[in-house]
Design a protein around this ligand. Sequence first.
Ligand SMILES: Cc1ncc(COP(=O)(O)O)c(C=O)c1O
Length: 390
Amino acid sequence: MAVSRREFVRRMGAGSAALASASGVIGYGREDWLAVEAQGQGARPAVAPDAIRISSNENLRGPSPKVLEVLRQHPSKDLGLGYPPPNTRAFQEYIARMYTTSANNVIVATGSDAILAGAVMAYCSPTRALVTPDPSYGTPIQTAQRMKYPVKAIPVDSGLRVDLDAMVAASQGAGLVFICNPNNPTSTMHTLADVEKAVRAIKEKSPETGILIDEAYIDYATMAGVGSTSKLALELPGVFMARTFSKAYGMAGVRIGYAIGQAETMGKVGRAWGMGSLGDLQAVAGLAALKDTAHMDGERQENRRIREWTLAQFRAMGYEAPESQTNFVFVNLRQPAVGFRDACRAQGVIVGRDFPPMEKTHTRISLGTMDDMQRAMVVFRKVLGQSSAV
Ligand SMILES: Cc1ncc(COP(=O)(O)O)c(C=O)c1O
């Protein structure tokens, strides 16, 4: 659900009850909304206000209380200043310092989707294909298809992990290789060492090929060997890493993403597609979120607790799902996603859309709060014909 800046400021100023509801609003983005439209699955169906919405990998806990507080305290007169907004540059520089680099190695965008689209526009062409995992996050492939650029969709392996060897093999002469790590919707991940090996192999084979590593869910990853490719992106031309505030930071409704790479790479991507213009409220919210590292630690732990509980419930019912490194699970329900989804919707639980080519067997279920998941699990059990004891 989008919220206008005016409405946002009005809610921010209206005391703690409004802060609580704004927190929910800020956590919502438009992940399934965009994809449902792009896949031609029709308009996003209306959702009852009290439905449990676990379909878009949003963060239903919303952002850190410090983010809400900084927005509430923001001097309203500063909203009249916009060329440039007072805090936007400071935000970009703060990110640069986090990665021990400078501001021209950072793109800030109104959501990382703009970066993903820009990556395809910058590196692909009618003769230079996009190489993407299949299934994976849709913006790169949808952008390439819209532009009529060739696409090499590389099936995930038997463990539902991005098939890095096959991606390397397909990369010769490609425009862009998109590595979603962790991968949406399959929830799996590769170690930094394995991604680095693949990136270096691609660059050796095909030096002109751009490589985008999308780390939208990395803050939720808990397996051994997790690490960001930011250093690699700063070292190698045409390699860049994207992040979003829409997931673990709980700010999908605020719309902030960023990318890290060499200045020339960032310039090329930034010139290829509009990155939006980050407003002052976005910048102060983003800064407060980055500084509250304790909140992020708590968020990661809470998500892990809910994830383990949810996976254990499905496994106890006899359904398999990979070990998730994200805030969603991808469950093999051995039945078409559409039937399960419609039956759950009828009982007030909204789960993920179709993810071809796995829509005949797998459903993606985002993780809400523990209370959301416990209530949703009662519905899942009913729909799957299981006894109602949780
Ligand atoms: C893997 C991945 N990358 C990027 C995005 C886009 O995020 P943003 O809200 O920053 O545009 C999403 C959104 O769901 C995602 O799943």
